[in-house]
Design a protein around this ligand. Structure first.
Ligand SMILES: Nc1ncnc2c1ncn2[C@@H]1O[C@H](COP(=O)(O)OP(=O)(O)OP(=O)(O)O)[C@@H](O)[C@H]1O
Ligand SMILES: [Mg+2]
Length: 222
């Protein structure tokens, strides 16, 4: 459903992506591994159409992301994609509940309905009790759970998660991964899961490794 071929992305003299290919099927959970600076986040941002590629194609549900204009790409992201970013990125001025409801509000769902649905996801992620607090008033682990709830609230077809447990201790990290993968399997969302940790990658169906801006299947990397 989402595939990419021959992706190149250069920042100055750094080749962040150097001919990367990628494909994920509906409902599949793929772990993207690799050393720091290898291009994992760049790959995720390019697949999601957040960052334009210098060369190569990203195709989602038969549509070429590169051929869309910015408005079409943002509409697609709002409708079909969910994001958990490497550094959490909740809106500090909004409560945790408002943060989780944001994608639904942006998709045109009314406040009450959006907050009811988002509240359900906060419960599910075991952070229903902090719904009225602001992100600055909750722990790192709670914040990350809220980010996961927000990413799932609008029912994405593809969930992009960049080190979703990077800021968590191992116990919290395990729990968030359990909840995230359970929810993804239940809603049949595909997950592109960037992680350093093989413990986290163990929750995926398949692992790929990015090295020097190129993606390989785990078997090929060994
Ligand atoms: N916005 C940017 N401007 C300049 N260079 C960038 C930018 N984003 C990434 N890079 C460079 O591109 C390369 C790949 O970065 P990327 O963030 O994709 O790595 P990563 O695999 O996600 O690393 P990490 O595991 O540390 O998050 C790195 O050399 C990085 O310094
Ligand atoms: Mg990264």
């Amino acid at each position: 459903m989402l595939s990419a071929s021959g992706l190149y992305k250069t920042y100055g003299s750094t080749a962040a992506l150097d001919g990367a290919d990628f494909a994920i099927r509906p409902g599949e959970i793929v772990a993207v591994m690799g050393p720091s600076g290898s291009g994992k986040s760049t790959l995720l941002h390019c697949l999601a159409g957040i960052v334009p590629v210098d060369a190569g194609t990203v195709t989602y549900a038969g549509r070429d992301l590169g051929a869309m204009n910015d408005a079409q790409r943002s509409a697609l992201r709002r409708a079909d994609f969910g994001f958990v970013f490497q550094f959490g990125q909740l809106v500090p001025e909004l409560t945790c509940l408002e943060n989780a409801a944001l994608p639904l509000r942006l998709a045109g769902v009314g406040r009450k309905e959006a907050e009811a649905r988002a509240g359900g996801w906060l419960e599910r992620l075991e952070v229903g009790d902090v719904r009225r607090k602001r992100p600055g008033e909750v722990s790192g682990g709670q914040g990350q759970r809220i980010a996961v709830a927000r990413a799932l609230a609008a029912g994405p077809r593809v969930l992009f998660a960049d080190e979703p447990t990077g800021a968590l201790d191992s116990l919290n990290g395990e729990r968030v991964m359990q909840l995230l993968t359970e929810a993804a399997r239940e809603t049949k969302a595909a997950v592109v899961l960037v992680t350093h940790e093989s413990r986290v990658a163990a929750y995926s169906d398949r692992e790929i490794v990015v090295r020097d801006g190129r993606a390989r299947s785990m078997a090929g990397a060994l």
